[in-house]
Design a protein around this ligand. Sequence first.
Ligand code: AN7
Length: 365
Amino acid sequence: MRWNGIIEAYRRFLPVNAKTPVVTLNEGNTPLIFSPRLSEMVGKEASVYLKFEGLNPTGSFKDRGMTVAISRAVEKGAKAVICASTGNTSASAAAYAARAGITCAVLLPKGKIARGKLAQALICGAQVIALRGNFDEALRLVREIGESYPVVIVNSINPDRIEGQKTAAFEVMDVLGDAPDFHFLPVGNAGNITAYWKGYREWKEAGISKKLPRMMGFQAAGAAPVYYDKIVRSPDTLATAIRIGNPASWKKAQMAIAQSNGCVDIISDAEILAAQKWLACNEGIFVEPASAASIAGILKCLGKRACKQCPLADEMRASLLPRPVKIVCTVTGHGLKDPDVVNLQGLKTVTVWPTVDRVIRAMGL
Ligand code: AN7
C-alpha cells in the first residue's frame, strides 16, 4: 500500500479537516528495527526495538510535527513561519516551508549547530539567523516575535507539532500490536516524550491498545534541567541537539514520567559517544549524538551505574520484568547530520601507497 505521510495515515487523531491543505514529504512509517544484541543484554524473552526516526525525509522525527504545523499554518493563511532550533527543527521547518511555498526564518545558536543541519536549512532557502546566544534565548525571542508579528511559530510550543509527533507512538503500536513495556527517549525541549505519552494514552483511552509504557527520558549531564528540576543557565553537551536549559514542555514531560511510573536520568558526553559507536559497530545504525542518548540510557540501566529509581534495573535485579518484555528506544536523528563527530570519536582513516602489500598490511592480515 502506498504511504502518503502521517496526516493521511492517522487523520482521525489529528487536528485537520477535509479542507486542510496537506503539506507532506511522506514522513513517518519509519522502521522499528529489532536489536538482537540489546535484547540479549536485557535477558531471556526480551525484545528491544529501535524506532529509527533518522529515516524521515529530513533525517529526524521533527518531520512528523512539521507536516501538521505547516499544513495548519497554510490553512490559516500564514505567509511566514519562524522557529528557534538546535538544528533539526530548522532543517524540517525549512523543508516543509519550501514545499508549501512560504517564508521560513530560523534562529540558531551560533557555532552550535551540526554541519548537516545547517546545510539543510540553508539549501531549502530559509532565512538562517545565527544568534550570539543559546537555544533558550532563541526560543524567548521567537515567542516575543510571534506575539507582535504575522508569523506562525513552528516550535513545539505550537500544539500542532506535538499532535504530529504522537503518531510515532501509533506506529509502534501498529507494529507491536500494543504498547511496549518501556520506551526510551532523549529529552531536550521535552516535546517528543510529551508527544509519545499523548499518543500512547489516546489509543489506550480509545480502546485500541491495552498497555501503557513506562517513559524513560535521558538528558545530557551538562544540560539536564528536568533531571535536576532546575533551569540550567549555560547548558553544555557535545550532543548539540539537546543543548537546552529551559525546555518548553518541561511540566508535561515531568507528568509523562510520573504518570507512566517512568524515570528521568542523565548520561555523560563520554557515555553518549560510547553508545553512538556501540550502536554503529554492533547494529549497523548510525545516529547523531543526541539520539545515542536513548541507547546510552538503556546501557546505563543495564549496567552497574543504573540510577536508584530505575524501574528497569530494579525489576531486572528482582526478576520482576514482565515476560516477554518489550522495549522500544527511539533514535531520533540520522548520524549523517553531524559528520564532524568522527573527530570526537577519535576515528581516522589509514593512508597507504597503492601496493597490494601495503593494503594487506593496513588490513592487519
Ligand atoms: C536528534 O531541533 O530541539 O525533547 O530545535 O534534534 O522533543 O526536544 C531538537 C531536539 C532529540 C530532543 N533528538 O527532543 C531542535 C530540537 C534529536 C533532536 C531531541 C532533539 P525534544
